[in-house]
Design a protein around this ligand. Sequence first.
Ligand SMILES: C[S@@+](CC[C@H](N)C(=O)[O-])C[C@H]1O[C@@H](n2cnc3c(N)ncnc32)[C@H](O)[C@@H]1O
Length: 473
Amino acid sequence: MYILYYMKERSPKYKIKKAKINNARGIELLSNIIGSGTKKDKELARSIFKTFNGNFLNATTKELLKIKGLNKDKVNRVIASIELGKRLFQKRNGNGLSTFVKEKAVQYSLFGPLYGERQNVPLEYIDRIIPVKRYTPPSGYFYIQQRRYIGNKFALIDFIKNIIRENIGEYKSVCDIFAGTGVVGYYLNKKNVRIISNELLYSNYLALYAFLSPEPYDEKKIKEIIKYLNGLRPTEDNYVSENFGDRYFIMENARKIGAIREEIEKLDLSLKEKAILITSLLYAMDKVANTVGHYDAYREKMDMTKPLYLLVPYIEQKKNGDNEIYNLDANQLIRKIECDILYIDPPYNSRQYSDAYHLLENIARWEKPELYGKAKKFDRSKLKSQYNLKSAPQSFRDLIENANCKHILFSYNNMGNKGNQRSNARISDEEIINILSSRGEVTIFERKFKPFTTGRSKIENHTERIFWCEVKR
Ligand SMILES: C[S@@+](CC[C@H](N)C(=O)[O-])C[C@H]1O[C@@H](n2cnc3c(N)ncnc32)[C@H](O)[C@@H]1O
């Protein structure tokens, strides 16, 4: 078993574009790399710049160690940042740095570690290039990751891709069996790769179907309907305004949500078209909800007054080839499928996703059930996940025993007993290793991570781990 440390990937490429490159900025950055940007660190940074006449791109460990105040640890950080800068440049500009970029590369090289953990990292495991495209959809569209969802792994996509590239190589099929928002399957999707994406919640299933199913659809028709739905101005109350108006949404938005959902139900649509329109509505609702990111409760003070506005999901249909989308319990589906890579990302603790996202589920299903309590939830007893219960280890064992795949990648954080009672992990590390080892050798990849939580538990030293099992037995 090995533990490898990865640096935290942010989007330096994006930031680099905006940053002003000058010596003062360079000194500031360097002082943050070697220390924490204190006056003393800045003095040291200045003396490094001076020693190398402002360009230490080819500085060696030996030369740096000669500078008073620089110890091995600090020198390693500087060397790592230089190395990283060179790589970024080689990737962007091909091999060999031009004269123009050479000088700037020093400063560029300094950015990397600012966004990373300051520790000794094997450089071959670093890949911090995140295409800017992922953050800025074309006008009128939204990306799959543009919603708030507890435990979503968008920030880990490059970490996961790295693990695959370094250890698994080419793949022909991936099953994202607890898909949530679906971002992992979406970003591992390629033209000749089959993505099997599955979710217990119907609201998520519809989004997966919209973004990943191969069913053809007419985008022009979708755009026209969205335009029409955006133009609705209902004045009468409906199921949504009566139950959620002045609570989760301002009255105007609540009426509009109800009217749009009712209209979608009436239109003559294929499953793909219906999934796209409902997904558009659910993402738009998320943008105007008077909540902290989930629907366990609404905020007492209503200060979310933005009008609801539907956008078009950014779907890469050409890549969807023979993808398969399911709305099943993972333990049921596992018995029916086979794949190269099985990505498993179950809930970690006692908190049911059907509680946190009841409102979206309610709108997606549109059965207009009776609602209970202040939070206005419907009866979710049929949507409870085994993975939030004490019996989670048994379910996990059953899942692994029945997996028909070449590789298993299992995401599970290390919250252990650090948070409050609700945050405690349901499956212990011993159980995970024990269960996975029954199918092959296990390697753990670990990285510090700032999770999307909703503020109640203060968790320090949070690390996100991915267990890789190469299936042999
Ligand atoms: C940690 S989240 C997954 C997040 C996802 N990887 C993402 O990036 O958005 C776990 C998901 O598993 C789903 N889930 C829970 N129990 C399930 C089960 N038995 N079968 C399928 N999905 C389940 C939950 O609804 C939730 O969306």
